[in-house]
Every structure is written in C-alpha cells, then in structure tokens.
Design a protein around this ligand. Structure first.
Ligand code: ARG
Length: 311
C-alpha cells in the first residue's frame, strides 16, 4: 500500500533497557539517544521529500516505545481502531492515541481483544484485503471485533498466524507495497498461511526476502510516492536491502531508499513501525486535519462523512 497521510512520534524518550517485549530486545545496552534521534529525523526528512502529509503525536515520558506508532491503532477510512496492547508496559499509550484520533475527527473505537494496531493489521495495495497477524501480540479473536467495526462487502479480512518469535508482529515479515506486490519472509509462516498470501496476491507478486534481508527488517519498509523532475516514482524506504533485493525492486519499477534504523532494531522495530498510516478516504487528502478547530469540529466531521458516502 502507498502511504500518503502519516503519523509519527519523536523518539524523545525511546529506550530499550526497561523491559523485554520481544526476542530482539537483548537489553545489553541503552539506546544511543542522539543516534536514534538522528536516524528518526533523517527518516522524517526523507518523507518530507515524498508526496506525504506528516502528523505528529507527542511523545510521553516513560513510554519508551511510543516512537513505534504503528502499534497505536489501525485506521480504515474515517474509523480508527485504538490498540489494546497485550504488552503491559505499552498499555498506557492507548489513551494518547485515542485522544489523537478523536481530536482529529476519526470515529474512534476501543477493542476488547488484544490487537496491536497496524503492527498486526496491514491492507493490501488495492485496499480490498486486510491481513491480521496473530500468535504473539494480537489475538486471533481480534478478527471478529475488527470485522464488526469495518466490515464492507468489498473488504476481505484474512488471519495470518505468525510462527517465529523474531517476526512477532505481522509488519516484520509481510509488507504489501504498491502495484499489488508484497514483500514476505516465507519462514515466518507455515505452508497453509503462506498459501493464503499466494492465493490473494498471486505467487509471482510475492517477493520472497532472504534471511539476511528479513533480519535487516526489509519487510518493515514503507511504500510512498516521490516526485522527481515531474514524474512520480513509487518508492520503498527501509533500513537496509541486499543488492539482490534492490535489483528485484528496481526491476519492478520501484525506487529504493535506505535509512539506517539500527538503534530501533535493538527494540525489534524499524521504518514501518515508526509510522502509522492515517489514510482516511484512502489518501485522497479530502481535507486537511489541521484545519479542524474546536468550533467547527462536528460540522467538519459530518461534512467528511458526507464526502465518503459520495465516493
Ligand atoms: N519494542 C517494541 C515492542 O515490542 C517494538 C515494536 C515494533 N513495532 C512494530 N510495529 N513491529 O512493542
């Protein structure tokens, strides 16, 4: 999927030694704060050069993982499903995401089952398929709640069981990109689940990444558009890619940009974890959320609903 409206959170309080939530968090050393800030700012600058609108949620003291906004919720059109973290130390984040979504005019939903947002919920490029990961941080049953909230005739919802602890969120091993391709790390799934992916995307549209690329979080990349000299290029931004994977992507007409995210890898996250798609109206930028002021908030909300129905 091509991201157009993106939420980020500055890694002001980011650290990795407080608790261990996944197998990447070896907790052997603190995060190098200035290096992590440099890497995050460099990602932001790269996104500034792309065709995206960036929004920010304020980092909160002691919430050391809040930089990983992907886990804050899942947005579909005007609906925002706020994360119900299974990771106990991250549970206090939910109320800040709730406030953000509510303030910005989304219809905001709390969930009862554990569901860690866009970390375990990814749309395919055409938005007709939503893939929900479970097995480590989100519940299989989250699917019922999610589909009750966002069911639509032309949206198919699939569950994917995650098998490997190093690939504990779906966005670490499965990455739908533009033109209906998907980067996948096959070893993170069993055969049955792998075939669910092949069946929908077609096997030739599934770009299988190597162990090396998977461990460098190639599947935790983002897909955006960039205008160079009047031409729009579909661009993949990620931590690091092998020459082989870069060539495969170039061949399929993607531009590739690397942004070192090594400090975030210490926590089991990378590029995609640091962004959350806010693509209401599928990124048609129907109106700018910054224009919402309290007085006309409800009016704007109604207006937006009306415009959705118009599509
Ligand atoms: N340390 C964080 C955690 O375990 C990393 C989150 C990565 N986020 C993601 N969407 N994969 O919660």
């Amino acid at each position: 999927m091509i991201f157009k409206n993106i939420l980020m959170c500055k890694p002001k309080y980011f650290d990795v030694v407080h608790y261990k939530l996944n197998s990447h968090m070896l907790m052997q050393r603190d995060v190098n704060i200035s290096k992590s800030m440099t890497q995050w700012v460099s990602l932001k600058h790269k996104l500034d050069d792309c065709l995206v609108d960036l929004k920010f949620v304020k980092p909160k003291k002691n919430l050391v993982d809040m930089v990983f906004v992907a886990n804050g919720g899942l947005v579909y059109k005007n609906k925002a499903l706020v994360a119900n973290f299974s990771a106990i130390p991250r549970q206090p984040e939910s109320k800040y995401y709730y406030k953000f979504f509510d303030k910005h005019g989304f219809d905001t939903y709390d969930l009862e089952t554990n569901f860690e947002g866009a970390g375990d919920g990814l749309f395919s490029h055409d938005h007709h398929n939503l893939w929900l990961g479970y097995g480590f941080r989100s519940d299989l049953d989250a699917r019922n709640e999610v589909s009750d909230i966002i069911s639509e005739p032309n949206l198919n919802i699939h569950s994917l069981k995650l098998e490997k602890e190093n690939f504990y969120h779906l966005d670490t091993c499965f990455c739908p990109i533009g033109h209906n391709h998907v980067l996948i790390y096959p070893k993170a799934f069993d055969t049955e689940n792998l075939y669910k992916i092949y069946d929908v995307f077609g096997e030739r549209n599934c770009i299988q990444v190597s162990d090396e690329d998977a461990n460098n979080f190639a599947c935790n990349s983002i897909c955006v558009e960039k205008n160079i000299g009047g031409i729009n290029y579909t661009t993949i931004i990620g931590n690091k890619f092998s020459e082989q994977l870069k060539n495969t992507l170039y061949y399929l007409d993607y531009e590739v940009i690397e942004n070192d995210m090594s400090e975030f890898l210490l926590s089991g996250g990378s590029t995609k974890c640091c962004i959350l798609s806010l693509d209401y109206g599928f990124g048609n930028r129907m109106f700018d959320v910054d224009n919402i002021v309290d007085e006309n908030y409800y009016e704007m909300r109604e207006m937006r609903t009306y415009r959705y129905n118009d599509i």
